[in-house]
Design a protein around this ligand. Sequence first.
Ligand SMILES: Nc1ncnc2c1ncn2[C@@H]1O[C@H](COP(=O)(O)OP(=O)(O)OP(=O)(O)O)[C@@H](O)[C@H]1O
Ligand SMILES: [Mg+2]
Length: 397
Amino acid sequence: MENIKWIHPKTKIGPPAEGDSYIRRKYINDEFWREIYKGNHILFTAPRRVGKTSIMKDLALNCLPDYICCYENIESDRNQKQFFKHLFNILLKQLNTYRKTKNKVRKWIKSRGIGEISIEGNIKFIKKELDYKDELLSLIEELNKMDHKVVLFLDEFPEVISSIKKNEGKEQAIDMLHTLRAIRQNKNFSRFILVLAGSIGLEQVVETLDRPKLINELHRIRISPLRKNEAIQLIKQLTDGASMQIGKEQINYILKKIDNLIPYFIQLIIEESDAILYKQNITKLKKEDIDRAFNNIVKHDENLQDWESRLKPPYLNKNAYGFCKEVLTICAFENKISLQQIYNLANKWKQKDEYMKRVKMLERDGYIVEENRFYLFVSPILQVWWKRQHPEFEFEK
Ligand SMILES: Nc1ncnc2c1ncn2[C@@H]1O[C@H](COP(=O)(O)OP(=O)(O)OP(=O)(O)O)[C@@H](O)[C@H]1O
Ligand SMILES: [Mg+2]
């Protein structure tokens, strides 16, 4: 065993997965393009860390002919102006890059009197400030003269609405959603398609504006955890050519342990297992190593911390957080929580009017699932981790 050159698996933790570390699910890509052909705008919904960003990037990278695709994380847009400016600039840049569209877009810029084109083909704006919303709408209309449709993948979109609400007020956030809905519904704008996602749920954010109808017609594509055969394929893909050897029995053991087959958890356990074997310079993975890997993941939990922070202010107010925390803590320690218990907690935390909204959010976030009027944790990793975060339950009993 000495002197072997250790080859690590191709795990990717944190950034979106790609290449060998990414497993593509063709049926998701197919559904996506089917809906785009129908003219729908898309909202990707999935619990935290299920792979929305990875899927969006993969789709944008493998764009179909006749479409121009662009992925953009818009998290940093803090107000309406920044948001529309960002969209305008992305669209302009894309159209100015493609051979088939660049002449037309340059003509449009001249006709608007907003800029000049340098010899190298760069756009130089004449005016210092533009009405970006107005220019964006005009540019989208101009797409009718071009042969391509544009698909913009906007990641962290709900975060932007949240920011606009916080910085400019509820009405501005509503106004922005109105404008986008007008774009989606107006036939003149049909060559411009939006694909939205985010690590906090759009429904949850829009609820705070009391205008759920503004996102009603978005076509939802729900991304589920991996099926068993997909999870096996991902493990094989990640460990192909690696020093770590995982037998069939061990693969099944991993899947049983993780249970909720989110690709992220698979990446975590494979990386941790590899670290354990590497230290011992042993290539064959055993069940005890998998148990240790699982324990290490919930112990060194910097990868999971983000989960709970999304339940705290500013995302939820103090009482809502208190309610969610207690629901999850009881559920984690007692392996389930009844609807009656949840209702009692709603009273305690002044959540009587909205407690089911909170419960639905916990379901959407991938914490719990309902079975016969009881709620259970979906993922053993999250359940054990939550118990470690909140041992108070045992002391206060
Ligand atoms: N299709 C996939 N194949 C392999 N690994 C994946 C896949 N999708 C996601 N992952 C793993 O999950 C991690 C999170 O993926 P990603 O950022 O795409 O999820 P997300 O749903 O956008 O997360 P968030 O809710 O935080 O925005 C990646 O770093 C990678 O480890
Ligand atoms: Mg993401």
